[in-house]
Design a protein around this ligand. Sequence first.
Ligand SMILES: [Zn+2]
Ligand SMILES: [Zn+2]
Length: 345
Amino acid sequence: MVGQDEPLAMSEVDFPRVPPDGVVVKLDACGVCRTDWHIWKGHWDWLGVHPRLPLILGHEMAGVVVEVGGEVRNLHVGNRVVAPFHYSCGLCNRCQAGFQNLCKRPQFPGSSLQGGFAEYVPVPRAEVNLLVLPDSVDSLAASTLGCRFMTAFHGTVEIAQLRPGERIAVYGCGGVGLSAVMIASALGAEVIAVDIDDVKLEKAHEVGASFSVNSSREDPVAAIKEFTNGGVEVTIDALGIEETVQNSIGTLRVRGRHVQIGLTTAKERGLVAMPIDIIVAQEIRIAGCHGMPRRRYPDLLRMVDKGLIQPASLIGQEVSLENVNSVLDGMSSFENVGFSVITRW
Ligand SMILES: [Zn+2]
Ligand SMILES: [Zn+2]
């Protein structure tokens, strides 16, 4: 990225230098995520995100270790790995308590560090940041795991504490929303999907939704309340615009739990009005969800290994590096269905 909201430029760069505590990974696959789009558009300055240009975007990386720093003991050339979108220090009190996703000194590839829209990428503090993949999970599937899928997993399993038989409404059926639909369905919940695009809703049905609402034609709050006879136990907002935040909370029944995954856009700048009196009177709970602690990866990978969830089926298109601009443009109009992943460099 050479300029905010300008087409990305292709150029040759030096082979990355391996950090002493890190590795260099040759990427097989890197997803193109709405977070890349937000950074490209220049959003999130209200969160303190001010990337230095030029910047290599990209943070949904999977590949093979090709070089290992002198201080690294537990990773080796040839290891197949996935990187989470948030790198942690491994030392602060939050990391030590097991919440690497909330590290006090985080780094973000594709934002504060060089990212994955490149063939080779350096990864610092590799032993606390990379996860070695089981043979059953190939790099293409793994590229979905380090950001959107793991966030949906953490949001559904840990933050929402979703239980079998409960009803959950997922607002926004982009990558993270479809991931949440698939995971919630695998957990035995009844899943309702909301979007403005029939193709995305069709995909949501394919991966586990049993009811859907096109919110461009119908009021989702009224439709879901009628379908569930009063509202759902859990909502996830995977988008982060004012309408989906408010509709998510409005869709809950008494003592419902809302999980906010989508960060807001330039319109909201982090602030959305909330129906506080209803939240009080109905004991509504609202929680945020950011990435996933490292310790949950084995559970996620086991579910993939057993075929209980199939993240690879959410991949809508494989693209080459030079096609990234068209993927980003497609995101501006919410055109892309499922994950778009770079597999050709
Ligand atoms: Zn992402
Ligand atoms: Zn830390």
